[in-house]
Design a protein around this ligand. Structure first.
Ligand code: FAD
Ligand code: NAD
Length: 442
């Protein structure tokens, strides 16, 4: 059995490792247009902000690791076209040479592309996305220049907030623009985002919410950014307004989700039984919504890659759905969320209520202490938990994994009330903040 994997980043890598480690009779061919694989974008802001020394350790594997296990790996090779009837992919190397690969099974792991704001002046130099390792290198090089003083970041989502922090850490004057009325609007409710917004301002980031960027001005390099509220000097623009699935190869043949992602079943199988899709190019089942959605995260790419690998290898394995669990840590403030915020649930038509609790993490006699806030979102009628958000300057992140499982397993808010949660002064209080939040639920 020969499997061709198009795209060798997190999703493709997980599928390849699963096939190579568990199914020795498999022939695996990996094809990627980039020069590198396995770059952890989550490290870009840490590296640009000099919180880590270099980018070297942001790659967790390399081409040779797969070749040692018997795979053929073609880097700097773009799949230009796929003949799904004849089961052949058409490839072109960067030097112009072309070749074909036939397949028994095909795994599409072509990921996502940054959404293009499509604005006048966007071809000026010093305007960058922040997706690839190469984008990170470009932004890092520009931020290192003395003449780059003003940095404008478009999109106050995860990439935007993280890179805004990095630019401040490098001594730049930073403006952060978003059409939403807060930062991180897609992940948290206002009770949390207002803390983040204050923190960003306190650290010197000029936030411009509910403000739409309309154009860029300059001659060779970007010099000004024009919005519906004003016109500001800038030397560098970083655009981070979300991802869209990269499905150009299969869009005329495979069934697509409403945003253009490949529709897949619980085995990651597309509408063509010999073709699987994983990671950011595929839609995913949300246990909170109880339907398919689109969530671009490395964690989902890895999980879906493993599921596809096993199914292609011959072991039927069903994906369990996801909660879209996520987290951010900037200027020492940690925020984590899973499932749906109140705002996101209501937008999707769910009738939800929530319970909030804020307290000191540890008993008063402990020297080291910090406030913790938690919100649990649940359906009004069924009382099923559909989301949770937590924040603190202390690392409380592990708590969110429990909520992720609770959503997956359809636990109700009432079942959480008397759940056995351990107590140790180093970590929490006898009246645990999660228990207290659940007990105060209406
Ligand atoms: C700055 C940044 C920070 C992030 N931080 C986090 C985080 O903290 N946590 C988290 O869970 N997620 C994070 N993400 C999101 C995460 O990186 C993506 O969800 C993840 O990369 C998806 O993996 P993927 O393999 O599906 O797709 P991609 O990473 O997009 O990889 C797709 C691969 O396909 C290749 N390809 C595409 N088309 C072709 C073609 N025609 N021929 C050959 N090759 C092709 C590309 O070269 C690429 O290597 C972050 C993303 C960024 C940019
Ligand atoms: N810590 C993490 O887990 C992490 C870090 C980085 C990226 N990621 C993932 O990578 C993906 C891409 O990240 P991202 O930050 O680009 O997307 P995002 O969805 O996190 O944020 C996009 C932001 O852009 C805003 N926006 C949309 N259109 C706009 C416009 N025209 N003008 C101004 N603002 C606009 C949105 O309101 C939103 O706040 C996401 O799925 C994200 O979860 C995760």
């Amino acid at each position: 059995m020969k499997t061709v994997i198009v795209g060798a980043n997190h999703g493709g890598i997980a599928a390849a490792n699963t096939l190579l480690d568990h199914y020795p009779d498999q022939r695996v061919v990996m094809i990627d247009q980039n020069t590198n694989i396995s770059y952890l974008g989550c490290g870009t802001a840490l590296w640009v902000g000099r919180q880590i020394d270099s980018y070297q350790d942001l790659f967790y594997t390399k081409k040779e690791d797969f070749e040692k296990k018997g795979a053929s790996v073609h880097m700097e090779t773009t799949v230009k076209k796929i003949d799904f009837e004849r089961k052949v992919v058409f490839c072109e190397k960067t030097d112009g040479r072309t070749f074909e690969e036939s397949y028994d099974k095909l795994i599409l792991a072509t990921g996502s592309l940054p959404i293009d704001p499509n604005l006048p002046g966007q071809n000026l130099e010093h305007i960058s996305f922040l997706k690839l390792f190469q984008d990170g290198q470009n932004v890092d090089r520009l931020i290192g220049r003395m003449d780059v003083e003003h940095v404008a970041v478009i999109g106050a989502g995860y990439i935007g907030v993280e890179i805004a922090e990095a630019a401040i850490r490098r001594g730049k004057k930073v403006k952060l623009f978003d059409i939403a009325d807060t930062s991180l609007a897609g992940y948290y409710d206002e009770w949390f985002t207002k803390d983040m917004d204050h923190l960003l301002e306190e650290k010197g980031i000029e936030t411009h919410f509910k403000e739409r960027v309309l154009a860029f001005l300059g001659t060779t390099f970007v010099e000004r950014i024009v919005t519906d509220h004003g016109d500001y000097k800038t030397d560098l623009v970083i655009s981070a307004i979300g991802f869209r699935p990269n499905t150009v190869l299969g869009m005329d043949h495979l069934k697509l989700f409403k945003n253009g992602a490949y529709c897949v079943d619980c085995h990651q199988q597309t509408s063509d039984p010999d073709v699987y899709a994983v990671g950011d190019c595929a839609a995913i089942y949300s246990n909170a919504l109880k339907k398919k959605t689109y969530i671009a995260l490395a964690t989902n790419a890895v999980r879906s890659g493993i599921v596809a690998g096993h199914n292609v290898g011959g072991t039927a394995l069903e994906e369990t759905g996801v909660q879209g669990s996520n987290g951010i840590s900037v200027f020492g403030y940690h925020m984590v969320s899973t499932g749906l915020s109140v705002k996101a649930a209501q937008k999707s038509g769910l009738d939800v209520i929530y319970t909030d609790f804020e307290d000191w993490q540890r008993p008063g006699f402990m020297k080291k202490n910090a406030k913790v806030k938690v919100r649990i979102v649940y359906e009004k009628d069924s009382r099923r938990i559909v989301g949770a958000q937590m924040a603190s300057t202390e690392d409380i992140s592990m708590g969110i994994h429990m909520f992720s499982l609770a959503i997956e397993q359809e636990v109700t808010i009432d079942q959480l009330k008397l759940l056995d949660l351990f107590f140790l002064p180093h970590f929490n209080q006898p009246y645990n903040y999660i228990t207290m939040a659940a007990l105060s639920a209406k």
